[in-house]
Design a protein around this ligand. Structure first.
Ligand code: C5P
Length: 283
């Protein structure tokens, strides 16, 4: 086998809480993560030559691309002899959106390289390498419903959350993650998610309990220039969403629905004003 194509799924934060600022400047987080059906397609081909070539639509395929960094980390950490690679990414997940699109491409690259070159590499080892590539990459390797702690790399797999329809709506601006973290004073955070309650609701398969606990603490520190996030949340509520929140450090907002037709109607209504609107479901 010399080539493989894998889906690289987007994620949502059902919850996002910030626990403390660490000595290294990063923050310890607590996040309940959920994979959704929106995905990129990542094809990794062993070329027989040398060097890594990455094509990724409009996004640079250079060393800043997490798929390229993942390939470098794979060879450096596994001891597998580096060989020529082509990584072709069909992008559907918007960049800088809070949906871990880049991290997911990196994770799919790692999974593809394992399949092609070292099928006996244990999952834990792949996740350890993933953490060297980026905080969200281990979760993207594992997928599903999971609690992510630390910088995001400490994972606990949870029972699958109840299957819900998720409409994703990305406004036409980006929110710089470091700026958002710099506004956080952990002791002054308010309106934080009830993470234990969310974990319990997921464990019990309590759909209403899950819906009622969807929350992202970053919304409480958003500067007013990003109020567009709240406009979308309001739209979702008027469109019957049973929960709505920003995902990650934004700016994408999602609305959750039990009813597929209601989700579709919200998707149709929002996409006339927001080009980057997606109708997805939990996977
Ligand atoms: O992970 P990423 O490189 O996107 O993070 C960008 C910045 O966000 C970091 O340099 C850091 O300032 C902040 N950050 C943090 N705690 C985290 C993740 C990111 O403080 N868990």
């Amino acid at each position: 086998m010399t080539a493989i194509t894998l889906p690289a799924y987007a994620k949502l934060n059902l919850t996002l809480d910030i626990i403390r600022k660490r000595e290294d400047g990063y923050h310890d987080l607590q996040m309940v993560m959920q994979t959704v059906s929106l995905h990129d397609d990542v094809t990794v081909t062993l070329t027989g030559g040398d060097g890594v070539v990455c094509r990724c639509g409009d996004i640079p395929g250079d060393e800043s691309n997490l798929a390229v960094r993942a390939a470098r980390a794979f060879f450096a950490e596994t001891g597998v002899e580096p060989c020529g690679l082509e990584i072709e990414i069909i992008k559907r997940i918007p960049a800088q959106a809070g949906m871990a699109g880049g991290s997911s491409d990196g994770a799919a690259t790692l999974r593809a390289l394992r399949k092609l070159l070292k099928p006996d590499l244990p999952g834990e080892e792949l996740e350890r390498i993933a953490a060297l590539v980026g905080s969200d990459v281990p979760y993207c390797v594992r997928g599903g419903t999971a609690l992510a702690e630390g910088r995001g790399e400490r994972l606990t797999t949870l029972r699958d959350a109840p299957r819900l329809h998720a409409v994703l709506c990305k406004p036409d601006f980006a929110i710089p993650t470091p700026m958002l973290f710099s506004r956080v004073k952990v002791s002054e955070l308010w309106n934080r998610p009830d993470t234990p309650g969310m974990l319990d609701a997921i464990h019990r398969g309590d759909t209403v309990g899950v819906l009622s606990r969807v929350k992202n603490v970053f919304e409480t520190v958003l500067p007013t220039e990003y109020a567009g996030v709240f406009d979308i949340k309001e739209r979702f509520l008027r469109l019957g969403a049973e929960a709505t929140a920003m995902t990650g450090s934004g700016p994408t907002v999602f609305g959750l629905y039990r009813d597929e037709e209601a989700a579709r109607a919200a998707y149709e209504a929002l996409r006339s004003g927001y080009a980057q609107t997606f109708l997805t479901q939990f996977v």
